[in-house]
Design a protein around this ligand. Sequence first.
Ligand code: PMP
Length: 396
Amino acid sequence: MKVSKRAQAVPPSATLAVSARALELKAQGIDVIGFGAGAPDFDTPDYIKAAAVDALKAGKTKYTAAAGIIELRTAIAAKLQKENGLKYTPEQIIVNIGGKHSVYEAMQAVLDPGDEVILPTPYWVTYPEAIKLADAVPKVVQTEKKNGYKITPSQLKEALTGKTAMLLINSPNNPGGFTYTPEELKAIAQVLEGTNVYVMSDEIYEKLIYGDTKFVSFASLSEDAYNRTLTLNGFSKAFSMTGWRLGYTAGPLDAIKAMGRLQSHMTSNPVTFGQYAAIAALGPPADEAIEKMRVEFERRGKYMTQRLNSIRGIECLESTGAFYCFPDVSSHYGRIINNVEINNSMDFAKALLEQANVALVPGLPFGCDNNVRLSFACSLEQITEGLDRLEKWLNQ
Ligand code: PMP
């Protein structure tokens, strides 16, 4: 039986081959150090779990409004006002089935066939697929290491055409581990003034920032920015709730209403008792719970960056956000290590896994073949052992 052209056009994940092989090796009893994790390695804080249990006991087990319960949308509006300086009404907020669903649904709601979406590298692997599933066109802008892998105002100006419908900004960034400064974002916002280009601002890593890094919501930069921005966020990363599938989108009323219409036919509401737990998540213990995880990530990120930079031929910018290091390893391309030629990030990741039993993610699917991604959502002991192995492997 046939498979649709739409489904055929979605490629299998390019990172899957490496992670599948890592699992195979693990199943054979081989001690693989995994730097592939895209999820915090902490459990969901107890106060949030307790709220879900209470909700279940109270019979919160039925359908809700498709866009989410008003109590949660009100709590998110209060959070966005207090922490991000953003004034949204609950009607301007929709709760989605994870941030990934927010990305997909928002694009379905505002993009038309042939619309161009400016996508700076490195980008999260889901963005280009979500753009194409909306029959729009990813317009990839190759950023440069000397600019910290961030799109510059002049690159943005150059990429704008009459067909540009959206710019994607993800800060703090997956996989780059960098964060745009408020000044950098302001300069980008200024370029867009006078256009009718949406900004999709994926702020899911907002709480995980390090050193003196400042986080600012794109929509808070100016009235103009507010009017064009879809602010995406969720509970997965800040609260270690990846399995709960709770994300949200805030933005212009028409766009959010359009997402609501789509959601009412695609998924209905997010899981009901989870929504009650999400209200609790945003409550008073939040700051303390988040800070505990953030401090630990900061310690590991510093160590990982420092160790990577001490390895011959590896160059890694300081991780200012999220839980990734994204070093440039391309000076090793062209080498033959244990009879295997390393010419790109896929070769690098495969050979490292086979020969030194360290799993990391090649940069190619993120649009940066010179780089590889290492997650520090694992223990300091694992980081130390994994980087010892990487160093020994490269030094032979
Ligand atoms: N945006 C980015 C940049 C991400 O890295 C992720 C998770 N990998 C998400 C959105 C979505 O997360 P979730 O669907 O778990 O909310």
